[in-house]
Design a binder for this molecule. Structure first.
Ligand code: GLA
Length: 411
């Protein structure tokens, strides 16, 4: 008995030590859990293509929408000249991208792609050098099948490493990779091969997937490319442009810095839509963090087209560092509100009238993620005006097929 008290004290002492150890080990395991979460989120970040490009959507020009196969080195050089002299380059339009039809039908005896002698007699390297000498970046086009869509050039299927090395040796900065003549093999098998080949080509090359949204690329392409087409080809008309915008909208949550949904290149300035329709096209593409690749002839651009493509405030929404794709948040028949968050708690909003007559459209703060009581300054990005201390809602009369675009800044 005499020894039982100290021994029971000793047990209590031991119990306390054990308890302390348990608490500290659970704290450690809690910390580990925290670390594990951090590791999880950083590994989520790591599954993006690791080439450091596309932290904001790509901007530039591509030959297809206006010129189709009628391209040559003089046109591309003049386009690069015009990009700089017009001031568009200084606004961020830096890629000059060749599309289909730049090469010969067949590879050479070593299996290399060959620039088309009749239209690119100086070769692609000389052209890329010229584009670089203007302070711009140079992009090219290839196909993840046996032939390109125009059927005038070989595809890269089975030649991924060789072609990636060729592009790197020419000084290519950007590859658009198309999906024709694909022999029925899934894009999920064909596109990663080119992605890997580009990463080990010795040059940092932006990778733009173009499999037309066939196999829901938003769900697998972020680890492979910097952008992926979500739709078939755009056309220079209202119905097709609006349909492409809607199809792309579905994938909004998958976009983030480094990897973007691509509803196809701009038709602004090609003549098939009205000015207001083009303004809507440019506004929605900007809000949706779509690539801003001009698709008209910038050597002979008219002043109205310039006014659209050179709107700094609209471009700033597209290039906002937060990188969250704005989306359709409200629809009342043909009257729509599209919105998305920007840096510094700001919100970008487009009021879009897709109907055939003028109408009033209202965005309530609750529609666009703001508390009704929030006092905000509202900047109209097309009228270039600011309204101070606005609360609860924003309304505007909007013409048929027109839009109004704003950034809203809580005070
Ligand atoms: C496909 C692409 C277009 C264009 C053409 C070229 O249709 O989707 O963007 O590149 O091929 O032939």
């Amino acid at each position: 008995m005499a020894h039982s008290l100290p021994s029971s004290r000793f047990s209590v002492f031991l119990f306390c030590i054990l308890l302390l150890l348990l608490i500290s080990s659970s704290t450690v395991s809690g910390a580990r859990l925290g670390n594990a979460r951090l590791t999880d989120s950083s590994s989520i970040r790591r599954i993006l293509l690791n080439n450091g490009l596309g932290l904001t959507p790509q901007m530039g020009w591509n030959s297809w929408n206006h010129f189709h196969c009628n391209i040559n080195e003089t046109l591309i050089k003049e386009t690069a000249d015009a990009m700089v002299s017009s001031g568009l380059a200084a606004l961020g339009y830096t890629y000059i991208n060749l599309d289909d039809c730049w090469g010969e039908l067949n590879r050479d005896a070593q299996g290399n792609l060959v620039p088309k002698a009749s239209t690119f007699p100086s070769g692609i390297k000389a052209l890329a050098d010229y584009v670089h000498s203007k302070g711009l970046m140079f992009g090219i086009y290839a196909d993840a099948g046996t032939q390109t869509c125009s059927k005038t050039m070989p595809g890269s299927l089975g030649y991924e490493e060789q072609d990636a090395k060729t592009f790197a040796s020419w000084g290519v900065d950007y590859l658009k990779y198309d999906n024709c003549a694909n022999t029925g093999i899934s894009p999920k098998e064909r596109y990663p091969k080119m992605s890997k080949a580009l990463l080990s080509s010795g040059r940092t090359i932006f990778f733009s997937l173009c499999e037309w949204g066939n196999e829901d690329p938003a769900t697998w392409a972020p680890s492979i490319g910097n952008s992926w087409r979500t739709t078939g080809d755009i056309k220079d008309n209202w119905d097709r442009m609006t349909s492409v915008a809607d199809q792309n909208d579905k994938w909004a949550s998958y976009a983030q810095p480094g990897s973007w949904n691509d509803p196809d290149m701009l038709e602004v300035g090609n003549g098939g839509m009205t000015t207001e329709e083009y303004r809507s096209h440019f506004s929605i593409w900007s809000l949706a963090k779509a690539p801003l690749l001009i698709g008209c002839d910038i050597r002979s651009i008219d002043s109205v087209t310039f006014e659209l493509l050179r709107n700094k405030e609209v471009i700033a929404v597209n290039q906002d560092k937060l990188g969250v794709q704005g989306k359709k948040v409200k629809k009342d028949g043909d009257l729509e509100v599209w919105a998305g968050p920007l840096t510094d708690n700001r919100v970008a909003v487009v009021l879009w009238n897709r109907g055939s007559s003028s109408a009033n459209i209202t965005a309530y703060w609750s529609d666009i993620g703001l508390k009704p009581s929030t006092v905000c300054d509202v900047q109209d990005l097309w009228a270039h005006s600011t309204e101070l201390s606005v609360q609860d809602q924003l309304s505007a009369q909007v013409d048929s097929h027109a839009c109004r675009m704003y950034t809203i800044t809580p005070q």
